[in-house]
Design a protein around this ligand. Structure first.
Ligand code: 5GP
Ligand code: MG
Length: 174
């Protein structure tokens, strides 16, 4: 059996999400931004942040991309074809669960800029210090964590653990 160790408790996560909500409310005041959650990892981050911001005109949206198989990044990003016109002229905030190599965020940000967005910013719940394949920083970061494989609050291991309310380190990976 794999075991898990709590890294970030539910209340620590919720406190930080409320802080981020205040910062994003200030930043996007008077605008009509799209909050684009990268599925499935940003599922809870997106919904909690949407309820933490004080913005009347934020538009929730989701996109599905994948570069991971098990605990290993494959380095290839799927799901970026056919973005269409929905981002043209818009302020887009990409929300992702975790920034590691930067492949996901940089490819996605590039594709959305190419689709005509007026402004693209990024916000991640977690950032690992691991070597960046692409030089990218997130505009907002919830927590900086050590280079360990984490699960919970949207993050999965082969489809498991996603619904945990805490972020936990996966130990003894099978
Ligand atoms: P990057 O493209 O920056 O290397 O990695 C981003 C994606 O890899 C995340 O959206 C997430 O799906 C996955 N990922 C990276 N590190 C972890 C981790 O520690 N745990 C889990 N569950 N997924 C991770
Ligand atoms: Mg992901």
């Amino acid at each position: 059996m794999s075991t898990t160790r709590i890294l970030l408790s539910q209340s620590v996560i919720q406190t930080r999400v409320r802080e981020l909500g205040r910062e994003l409310s200030e930043h996007y005041a008077g605008k009509h931004p799209i909050f684009l959650g990268v599925m499935n990892g940003a599922l809870f981050f997106l919904t909690d942040l949407l309820r933490a911001v004080d913005l009347d005109e934020v538009e929730p949206s989701t996109i599905r991309v994948a570069s991971y198989a098990g605990a290993q990044s494959t380095g290839v990003l799927h799901g970026l074809d056919g973005l269409g016109d929905s981002f043209r002229g818009r302020h887009v905030l990409i929300l992702d669960d975790i920034l590691e190599t930067g492949l996901t965020l940089s490819s996605l940000a590039k594709a959305i800029r190419k689709a005509g967005a007026a402004d693209v910013k990024t916000c991640v719940l977690l950032e690992k210090p691991a070597a960046r394949v692409r030089p990218i920083h997130a505009d907002w970061v919830g927590f900086h964590i050590a280079d360990e494989f984490v699960v919970g609050y949207g993050l999965d291991y082969n489809g498991r653990y996603r619904n945990l309310r805490q972020v936990r380190v996966l130990e003894n990976v099978e």
